[in-house]
Design a binder for this molecule. Structure first.
Ligand code: ADP
Length: 270
């Protein structure tokens, strides 16, 4: 029971007191139910991410064995077995390589769930942009991509996160370019106490009905013709959410895609 009392005053003196007793059982029960549910949810999340980590990490070991032994077979039996056998062996090595890529990306995704021990640091996104260009150099040279940027802000966080975020978005802009020379522009706008960053490309675009789906793990719109694991955008989403931001895309088929994400702007400078 919650008890409250307030004096009843007229212009001269206190003439009485209003006393109220309120039955607080329902609110308290709801509070403790919510706390228990939150605790259970946190535990279930932890178990799930431990499971995903163990699965993606431990599966790599037997996969490495299958990969190296099938490569040995391909090399050792070249010229000694018929075409059909060589073809089958190649399918096995391609399959194991793809599974290796999937597991590596899944591992990167699950590792993002852990809270880092180091505190957030100021991160200059202009430097992250330059590092991204260095890391994507081969793809940029091969596609003759033109990648530009406005002056970007300094934000608070962990450098590797922002590098991964920008790198995934820019390399997708190059990868999903279609026939045109890729043109990608990174910009930043200050909106309502947030930085809204945008990575705009002139590539093949995404139909509106897939704008949400592409952020799911393993969700891909383009088949084997364009390599990928379907985890890049899920990683981007996880990074942005780690900083309490949002990520979304605006796009139409054949009219390029612009990926937006928000980051907190407090204690940051332009
Ligand atoms: P991946 O590129 O490895 O397939 P992502 O998670 O990075 O995985 O992207 C998911 C899907 O979203 C891609 O398979 C592709 O179909 C689509 N996509 C991502 N970025 C773009 C883009 N810039 N332009 C067009 N489609 C894109």
């Amino acid at each position: 029971v919650v008890f409250s009392a307030s004096p009843l005053v007229n212009d001269k003196a206190t003439v009485g007191v209003v006393v109220a007793f309120r039955d607080d059982t329902e609110r308290r029960e709801a509070d403790s139910e919510r706390t228990a549910a939150e605790k259970e949810l946190r535990r279930a999340n932890e178990v799930l991410s431990q499971f995903a980590f163990a699965a993606s990490h431990d599966l790599q070991e037997p996969l490495r064995m299958i990969t190296s032994y099938s490569q040995l077979l391909v090399k050792g039996y070249q010229g000694k077995v018929d075409e059909q056998t060589i073809f089958c062996m190649r399918i096995i090595t391609d399959g194991t390589k793809r599974m290796g890529d999937l597991l590596a990306d899944l591992l990167a995704y699950t590792q993002l769930s852990g809270e880092e021990e180091d505190p957030d640091q100021p991160v200059d996104l202009n430097r992250i942009f330059e590092n991204t260009l260095d890391n994507c150099r081969a793809a940029i040279d091969e596609s003759a991509a033109v990648i530009t940027s406005d002056p970007l802000p300094t934000v608070s966080g962990h450098e590797p996160h922002f590098l991964q975020l920008l790198q995934n978005l820019i390399s997708n802009g190059i990868k999903y370019r279609g026939d045109k020379t890729p043109r990608i522009h990174v910009s930043a706008a200050r909106i309502d106490g947030l930085w809204r960053l945008a990575v705009a490309d002139n590539g093949i675009g995404i139909a509106p009905e897939y704008h949400h789906k592409i952020f799911g793990v393993f969700k891909r719109l383009h088949g084997k013709m364009i390599p990928g694991t379907g985890i890049g955008l899920a990683i981007c989403q996880r990074i942005v959410e780690r900083y309490h931001g949002q990520i979304w895309v605006q796009s139409e088929i054949d009219h390029g895609a612009t990926f937006f994400f928000t980051l907190a702007a407090n204690e940051t400078k332009a």
